[in-house]
Design a protein around this ligand. Structure first.
Ligand SMILES: *Cc1c(COP(=O)(O)O)cnc(C)c1O
Length: 408
């Protein structure tokens, strides 16, 4: 007799369900001819393969005894020092290497921060919509998520302040405010400098912690965009800053980092030791070399021109094919995504997805799952980093046919 595993599973494991969308997307992968805007992958053509293979060889041959060994939980000192220089260089902020902790991708950072702060029933405030993997993590730990509406300047900080007061007046315990200030995933929105300053003011007035997730501010497609990170504005030690090399080098290396005030870094370090002892030593050494030799910075400078072409192809085709009265999106200044809202009665992106795939050969992620409150059923998240320019143009045409088909 087979054991009945279910009765032994934890509540957490039972709580995590594979979504219908996940299954649909697995179907697409096997269907030739479907143009997919549904993924979230960087274009592998950007991976610096030759450089990484040289660095890997060098690190194993010259530093193999250390690089293949167990190492410090918070990350090897060399990579923390290199990241400190990198932050000084790219963001003009001084960060003590002791205030940096290396994580296994920023997903582990998100998990670590959540695990360190959240008890079931605690409240996390986010942008609405927000990053799906963070939303999932917050919920696994039992957080209640309150999303705040965004517009073209980012999270609406006036609404945020009202919501904070309301939650507090009802006895709610807000643990942190999670934001992706630059080239937000999924919406593509970048916060204006005024909103950033207002957010920091609110955090100070109401004694709150900000959790800043920043995978994208290092490569920006347009001139004159304010890419200040909240950490730069943080005078009181309220910001926990998380970033990653996933989008600026290669996600398979799985290295991210947290910059936080010393007391918190110590806490994160203690929690992390039971997750994985430390992040891969070899990959950390590779990153340290990539930074110290100037390879990372040089590589980043090539990303923006490369992805700008794809972003522009998507925007141009949407402006050409979509009806302006019926659709709305924010032009992303960076990142890999944008979100299209369709204002046509009866259009439901979740219900339409099977038709999009079967009849029109195009796929997207229905926006509802990124929204914290069941809204956004009229929205679709589109990825422009992975498909070729040709496919982007053709895919947008197909999406337009799908939207047209909705009776309205
Ligand atoms: C892509 C992305 C990440 C990256 O996660 P990794 O675990 O570092 O690969 C984190 N946050 C957001 C908002 C992202 O879009």
């Amino acid at each position: 007799m087979d054991p009945s595993y279910d009765k032994y599973l934890s509540n957490v494991a039972k709580e995590i369900k594979a979504s219908d969308i996940r299954e649909l997307l697995a179907v697409i992968r096997k269907k030739p001819g479907v143009i997919s805007f549904a993924g979230g992958l960087p274009d592998p053509a950007t991976f610096p393969k030759k450089e990484i293979s040289e660095l890997a060889k060098y690190v194993i041959e010259e530093k193999g005894d250390l690089a293949l060994q167990y190492s410090e939980t918070k990350g090897i000192l060399e990579v923390r020092e290199a990241l400190s220089k990198f932050l000084q260089d790219t963001k003009n902020i001084r960060v003590d290497p002791e205030d940096i902790i290396i994580t296994t991708g920023s997903q582990q950072a998100i998990d670590l921060v959540t695990k360190t702060f959240i008890n079931p029933g605690d409240i996390v405030v986010t942008e609405n919509p927000t990053y799906l993997a963070s939303l999932g993590t917050f919920r696994i730990y039992g957080a209640k998520v309150h999303g705040i509406t965004i517009d073209e300047h980012g999270i609406k900080t006036d609404l945020l302040e009202k919501e904070i007061k309301r939650i507090r007046s009802e006895g709610g315990r807000i643990k942190f405010i999670y934001v992706i200030p630059v080239a937000q995933n999924p919406s593509g929105v970048t916060m204006s400098i005024d909103r950033k300053k207002h957010l920091m003011e609110i955090a100070s007035t109401h004694d709150l912690i900000i959790f800043e997730d920043d995978p994208y501010s290092y490569f920006i497609y347009d001139e004159g965009v304010d890419t200040t990170i909240l950490k730069q504005l943080d005078k009181e030690g309220r910001v926990i800053y998380v970033s990653t090399i996933s989008k600026i080098m290669a996600p398979g290396i799985r290295i991210g980092w947290i910059v936080s005030p010393p007391e918190l870094t110590r806490r994160f370090e203690l929690v992390k030791q039971y997750l994985d002892l430390h992040s891969p030593t070899l990959n950390q050494y590779i990153l340290a070399e990539a930074i110290n030799r100037g390879l990372l910075k040089n590589h980043i400078s090539k990303l923006a021109p490369y992805y700008r072409v794809k972003r522009d192809a998507m925007i141009k085709s949407m402006d050409e094919y979509f009806s302006r009265e019926e659709t709305w999106y924010i032009k992303p200044v960076g990142g890999l995504f944008l979100m299209v809202y369709v204002y046509k009665k009866g259009f439901d992106a979740s219900n339409s997805l099977p038709i999009a795939i079967e009849k029109y050969g195009v796929a997207y992620v229905p926006g509802a799952s990124f929204h914290t409150d069941g809204t956004g059923r009229n929205s679709m998240r589109l990825n422009f980093s992975y498909p070729s320019v040709e496919k982007i143009v053709e895919g947008v045409k197909r999406l337009n046919m799908l939207i047209r088909e909705t009776a309205g």
